[in-house]
Design a protein around this ligand. Structure first.
Ligand SMILES: [Zn+2]
Length: 461
């Protein structure tokens, strides 16, 4: 029997093409595309369905230390289960080096949390917050050489931010050892200044989170990150871009010849700063950084998705429970927005939101959807062509989408361990029905049907 699995009669899409073909899978990989396929352990009839590469979510926070008394809602089991139900087959979480600690030790501990617990494949990014000589001279180069070729730095958050000198030094090590650097671009001094002023004025409700993190703070930091990368001569990723001014900075830097990857997220397409004004502190459910903006900035992000300015569409899943003393409604957070943990859940809803708002509403086509949600992630982070496409020899990571499904997003139907979704009540068209990881169905008929068999994908330059 030549094939373990045949996915028959579907419409296949890659980042380049849309075509009708059967897919033959053997040994966890795609073995044949099109033509007759006799003899298979199993056939899945995909009539009327789209057969797409499994989603890769390259910006996901799981079980990350989040400050005293605050606990992230998801561990690897719940986060990757939710990811699989949302059509994903690979996710990329962040290993955080807390200040004063070893990056190598942090990585060892973090990777152990994922052992036997992941329902998708994984690639690990490294967050550097304390670039000591030991970290930059030994630990980071060793981890990069092992195949963890992406490093994230923060320009904001008091406990994580690095100044320009520290970012330059980290970028330099990344360049010499062949890693990419991802940058969270917001000017911390601007935010601290505005937050102080808001607190003095008694402006402490969740909405102040948005007003103290204005577009200008993101635009300036984006420009500065691009400048530092230009000086070091390093390809970088500008993560979670929220607005047109930051987009313009990226376009100008590209015109100067810089190698830049740009990312945006669902929250910048369908949420707004006004959501942070909701009554009874419910605005806390929408506190994330950068904050959601307004209708004009949403449109700017859509233009960026259509035009090709954005390469990546990620969730920035960063889940905290709402009604929880260790989450959004922690005691200090109820007194001031400054203590509301930053981040929102979205790992399961990322693909359905873009499919529905983008593909079904005619804003982007199916190949662009595939590029933004899978192929470009694999290319950016060194997993292509093993991941992120439907091609002979690639891992058989496939999501079978039914465009006829109409659904109202309800947290009760999702699989993460938060207690809300910021997209509650949103109507979407299209949902992934069957999700296959390396040839094995993981999600079928609304149920998880496989053990947690996710593996780490090492990335060698
Ligand atoms: Zn993030």
């Amino acid at each position: 029997m030549p094939f373990d699995l045949v996915i028959a009669n579907g419409t296949v899409a890659t980042a380049a093409d849309v075509f009708k073909a059967d897919i033959g899978i053997a040994g966890g990989r795609i073995a044949q595309i099109g033509g007759t396929m006799e003899g298979a352990g199993r056939r899945i009839d995909a009539s009327g369905r789209y057969v797409l590469p499994g989603g890769i979510d390259s910006h996901v926070h799981i079980a990350q230390a989040s400050g005293p008394g605050i606990v992230m809602a998801d561990g690897f089991d719940s986060a990757t289960r939710a990811a699989a139900f949302g059509g994903n087959t690979t996710v990329m979480p962040f290993c955080l080096q807390e200040r004063g600690t070893s990056l190598a030790a942090a990585f060892r501990d973090y990777r152990a949390l994922a052992d036997g617990a992941s329902h998708t494949d994984l690639g690990f990014h490294l967050i550097v917050t304390d670039p000591t000589p030991q970290v930059l001279g030994q630990e980071l180069p060793a981890l990069i050489a092992e195949g963890h070729r992406s490093v994230k730095v923060f320009m904001t958050y008091e406990a994580m931010r690095m100044d320009d000198a520290a970012i330059l030094a980290t970028m330099d090590v990344a360049r010499r050892h062949g890693a990419k650097v991802m940058v969270h671009c917001e000017n911390e001094d601007v935010i601290a200044f505005l937050s102080e002023r808001a607190a003095e004025a008694g402006d402490v409700a969740p909405r102040a989170h948005a007003t103290t993190r204005p577009v200008a703070a993101e635009r300036e930091a984006t420009h500065r990150a691009l400048t530092l990368a230009e000086v070091v001569d390093l390809p970088i990723v500008i993560v979670h871009v929220s607005n047109g001014a930051a987009i313009d900075e990226i376009a100008r830097a590209r015109a100067r010849g810089l190698d830049i990857t740009a990312e945006t997220c669902p929250q910048y397409l369908v949420l707004q700063a006004d959501d942070l004004s909701r009554d009874n502190w419910e605005g806390a459910k929408y506190v994330c950084s950068p904050p959601p903006r307004d209708a004009a900035e949403q449109e700017a992000c859509w233009r960026g998705l259509r035009s090709g300015l954005f390469d990546l569409f990620s969730s920035d899943h960063c889940p905290f429970r709402y009604d929880d003393v260790q989450g959004k409604r922690n005691p200090a957070g109820l007194r001031s927005f400054r203590h509301i943990p930053n981040g929102i859940p979205g790992i399961e809803t990322r693909l359905p939101i873009l499919f529905s708002e983008g593909v079904m509403k005619g804003r982007i086509d199916l190949p662009r959807f595939v590029a933004l949600t899978a192929t470009n992630h694999a290319r950016t982070y060194g997993m292509y062509p093993r991941k992120g496409t439907i091609a002979i020899g690639a891992d058989a990571d496939i999501a079978i989408w039914n465009p006829e499904i109409r659904k109202t997003i309800r947290h009760a139907d999702l699989h993460d361990a938060a207690d809300y979704t910021p997209y509650e009540g949103m109507e979407v068209n299209g949902w992934p029905e069957t999700v296959v990881l390396r040839g094995t169905p993981v999600v079928e008929d609304g149920r998880l049907v496989a053990d947690a068999a996710g593996r780490e994908v090492l990335r060698h330059g």
